[in-house]
Design a protein around this ligand. Structure first.
Ligand code: ATP
Ligand code: MG
Length: 357
């Protein structure tokens, strides 16, 4: 029996609800499968801890996580704590030291879910967005001076390194190559941002020479929003910077039906450190405690985690259960226009898993 050590960081708000639901489902899946087990340790890191101690996680938090095979993360943030404190205090404080430089966001319209795009049928929207996750616009460089004066200045400096751009580009080309259409779109804003974004274009052309079987093209990020909306079927694998992909993937999640069904993996592709799996959505305090959070994003996230851990059949079984559940409108939570609760969806998942061999 293979045992995988999982660090669970449910965080805040609905993060706790959807991670609890996913661990319950994973538990049933593992006992049904019989060939692997998950040894789960919980970490109470998040906003409550910050309010009590001044830190979202212990100073050696990222190092503690190195002992695990994967991290399952919920969401972090609360209405009364500034978003940038939260982001830098926990998510980036994990992703950056563990060098999870490839953020991967699959997007497709699951069975039974309607895209807000009237012309879109399921298979027409099937993308993977690769987000550079270690530098770029979120490198944290810059500062402020002359507070309160008319000449007050605030700068955010984007950092693009050859090594950083090349490794994400290679990852994206490899991923595109592994998918049936072998199609990659490289997104930049190289007409206006004439240093870092031009470096992206150059490195894309260089790396492309090593992948002659991949068809690739370049898009400016503004035009990309139009193409995603009007010609979703023309896209497959997409690579973009930290900021651009952050925005595009929220658009992608909405076009696929709801942010409540969109998963993410923060990967260290070389597997030198554990990778972290989380839903795209945040802590959503407007619905916290109501029992109506859509757990599907986190179920899909958990399937990505199993795949990464080498448990492919279990991952496929989990996704099959997800698709069985989403196909039934009676099991849609309010974000999908339904009346189902987190509990209803979780119970249906468990039945779907138990029902299959
Ligand atoms: P953050 O600041 O971390 O982005 P947030 O509280 O702003 O968190 P978002 O994830 O950005 O929340 O989501 C925006 C809104 O979408 C939420 O307020 C909620 O109404 C809805 N939403 C998000 N995730 C879910 C979900 N899993 N199920 C149902 N509704 C959701
Ligand atoms: Mg938000």
């Amino acid at each position: 029996m293979r045992t995988h050590k999982i660090a669970a960081i449910p965080g805040d708000g609905i993060g706790v609800e959807v991670v609890d639901a996913s661990l319950e489902v994973l538990d049933v899946l593992a006992s049904r499968d019989g060939s692997f087990a998950l040894d789960v340790e919980h970490f109470d890191w998040g906003t409550d801890r910050y309010k009590k101690t001044g830190a979202f996680m212990p100073a050696d938090g990222a190092d503690q996580l190195r002992a695990f095979d994967a991290i399952l993360f919920g969401a972090v943030g609360a209405p009364d704590v500034a978003d940038h404190l939260t982001l830098w205090g926990l998510r980036l404080a994990i992703c950056q030291p563990l060098d999870q430089y490839a953020n991967v966001r699959p997007t497709r319209v699951l069975p039974g879910i309607r895209s807000p795009l009237r012309h879109v049928e399921g298979p027409e929207l099937d993308w993977v967005i690769v987000r550079e996750n270690s530098e770029g616009e979120y490198a944290g460089q810059g500062g402020r001076s002359h507070p309160g004066l008319p000449l007050e200045i605030a700068t955010d400096v984007s950092i693009f390194t050859r090594a950083g751009v090349e490794r994400i580009m290679r990852f994206a080309f490899r991923l595109a190559q592994s998918r049936p259409r072998k199609l990659l779109t490289v997104v930049t804003k190289s007409n206006a941002q004439r240093h870092g974004m031009v470096l992206w274009d150059q490195i894309a052309a260089e790396v492309a020479r090593d992948f002659p079987d991949v068809t690739w093209d370049k898009m400016l990020v503004d035009a990309m929003t139009v193409r995603m909306t009007l010609k979703p079927g023309s896209l497959d694998t997409i690579v973009a910077t930290n900021l651009h992909a952050d925005i595009l993937s929220d658009l992608a999640a909405a076009l696929a039906g709801s942010i409540g069904v969109a998963p993410t993996a923060n990967l260290n592709p070389e597997r030198e450190t554990p990778s972290m799996f989380e839903p795209i959505h945040g802590s959503a305090f407007d619905i916290t405690g109501k029992g109506i959070a859509n757990p599907v994003a986190t179920f899909w996230t958990a399937a990505m985690m199993l795949d990464h851990l080498g448990e492919k059949p279990a991952s496929e079984r989990l996704m099959h259960a997800v698709e069985t559940v989403t196909a039934d409108p009676a099991l849609h939570t309010p974000d999908l226009g339904g009346k189902a609760t987190t509990r209803d969806v979780t119970d249906a998942m468990i039945s779907a898993i138990r029902g299959r061999n």
